[in-house]
Ligand binder design. Structure first.
Ligand code: NAD
Length: 491
């Protein structure tokens, strides 16, 4: 029996270097969203289990050798984790496709390699870091050390489970912290394997722990209120971020939040539509629209509205919606029944708000074995009122709204009209306009004539209710370290 088959049957907690059963004896089921078939039974961590995991992480932090070993030795082990992920990439991608419902091809070609790159990048980056030196008139010398903070709670969502967890784990480990990880309850399969991957890479017991469970009054809350946790790196919904901030407040935990989005994808009349349309289709429907960076509000200058609508609709109709394991599939189901109900409720809302349906809003025709899956066709609405709920709220599914505009000022006003500010996309060939709009849109990442291009050195995070803090490059290292100033008298 392969490791994967074992994990499919029963997903255990990984605490202090070994897989263990939950002390509560409670197990919850995980379903394949393409078929509703149960693919795993997962041990739900009790308070005692989370307590053990946090204490194991504390002990591993305090007693070493993780924190005290040389940076190069530590980073070598993290790079080994990355290598193991690449060696196991087909298995990880198959699990991710089964768990999330995303196309296997995207997982194997992009997400799993990017997960490995997250670890390798931060290992390489950390090895090259120095600190500042401030001499004072040859009398005193100040220098700065960046030291690990302690035990980190890493809490991740279900849309890109493995990739987003390694995005946190890379800088967390490279800086010498220890971790308690909690993946989303609907997609725990790949993240649970990080335990054995870390062990195989030679990472000491207790440095990486993985617990499973839910949020409120479950593993999530137990971690974020635990006295041994020093910092919380969380990616998920804005409302969850608020709850975590309140829970972490009593013990003043350091927090970094990557939250929701409702990005404007602004198509000016001088845009190169041959590029803008295929990329906008990706931005709208990749991962069934379950991407925080999705370009879910497409602002189109009225002079090109008809042409854009025709071409965008045609491209959406050409997407292959089907079995995530089939290499020809472009779009799978959404992740769960609860999420399907949330996403499809926006169809009623859109109708109530007099949005014009351009395409979709119904289930695709699918073969018999996928008939129970949580599928929705790529769905496009046209809406003149940018304050309508479908233009303001994060749907996080394959539903996009096209909003016409006339002037640059109007586009800017619409782009900045939501509570979110994670990212925006601008399509224009006018250099001045590209710069000016990029400066004036209140969002953490602006892509001009492209989307989803990531340099891991660059800051990543949201304005407004899309986040707190930044991750990426030295921003991650600053979050995961305490900066210490040492002042030496020279005379
Ligand atoms: P979610 O907030 O429901 O859950 C995320 C994680 O938090 C899960 O592991 C969940 O169990 C846990 N959790 C829930 N309540 C908790 C609590 N009270 N205390 C501690 N932990 C708790 O989010 P989701 O539905 O899994 O993911 C979708 C959301 O994530 C969307 O809003 C999306 O925009 C956002 N997201 C943001 C980014 C980004 O980089 N900004 C990336 C991906 C997803």
């Amino acid at each position: 029996m392969t490791k994967t088959e074992t994990m499919l049957k029963e997903v255990k907690l990984f605490i202090n270097g070994e897989y263990v059963e939950s002390s509560s004896n409670r197990l919850f089921e995980v379903k394949n969203p393409a078929t509703q078939e149960v693919i795993a039974k997962v041990h739900e961590a009790s308070f005692q289990d989370v307590d053990r995991a946090c204490n194991a992480a504390r002990k591993a932090f305090e007693e070493g050798p993780w924190r005290t070993m040389s940076v190069s030795e530590r980073c070598e082990k993290i790079r080994r984790m990355a290598e193991i992920i690449i060696e196991r990439k087909e298995e990880l991608a198959r699990l991710e496709a089964m768990d999330v419902g995303k196309p296997y091809q995207t997982a194997v070609e992009r997400e799993i390699p990017r997960a490995a790159e997250n670890l390798k990048f931060f290992a390489d980056f950390m090895e090259k870091q120095g600190g500042e030196v401030y001499p004072m008139d040859d009398q005193f010398l100040n220098y700065t050390r960046y030291e690990p903070v302690g035990v980190a709670a890493l809490i991740t969502p279900w849309n890109l489970p493995f990739m987003l967890t390694t995005w946190k784990l890379g800088p967390c480990l490279a800086t010498g912290n220890t971790a308690v990880i909690k993946p989303a309850e609907v997609t725990p399969l790949t993240v649970s394997l990080l335990g054995e991957i870390a062990k195989e890479a030679g990472i000491p017991d207790g440095v990486v722990n993985v617990v499973h469970g839910f949020g409120t009054q479950s593993a999530g809350e137990f971690m974020t209120t635990h006295p041994e946790v020093d910092l919380i790196s969380f990616t998920g919904e804005t409302s969850t971020g608020k709850a975590i901030m309140k829970n972490g407040a009593d013990s003043l935990k350091k927090v970094s939040f990557e939250l929701g989005g409702k990005a404007a994808n602004i198509i000016f009349e001088d845009a190169n539509l041959d590029k803008a349309i295929p990329v906008s289709i990706q931005a709208a429907f990749m991962n069934s629209g379950q991407v925080c960076l999705a370009g879910s509000r497409i602002l189109v200058q009225r002079t090109i509205l008809d042409e854009f609508l025709t071409r965008f609709k045609e491209a959406a109709m050409n997407l292959v919606v089907g079995d995530p394991q089939d290499p020809s599939t472009n779009m799978g189901p959404v992740v769960s029944e609860a999420h399907y109900n949330k996403v499809t409720s926006y169809i009623d809302i859109a109708e109530f708000e007099n949005s014009k349906l351009i395409y979709g809003a119904k289930r695709p025709n699918l073969p018999e074995h996928l008939k129970t899956g949580y599928y929705l066709l790529p769905t496009i609405y046209l809406q003149e009122n940018y304050q309508a709920r479908i233009c303001q709220e994060e749907i996080f599914g394959p539903i996009v709204t096209i909003i016409p505009f006339d002037t640059e000022e109007e586009a800017l006003k619409i782009a900045n009209s939501t509570d979110y500010g994670l990212n925006a996309i601008i399509w224009t060939q006018n250099l001045q306009r590209a710069h000016n709009i990029s400066h004036d849109v209140r969002a953490g990442t602006i892509w001009v004539n492209c989307w989803f291009v990531r340099d891991l050195r660059a800051p990543f995070g949201g304005y407004k209710k899309s986040g707190v803090g930044r991750e990426g490059g030295h921003h991650s290292l600053e979050f995961f370290t305490e900066a210490k100033n040492i002042c030496i008298a020279l005379q």
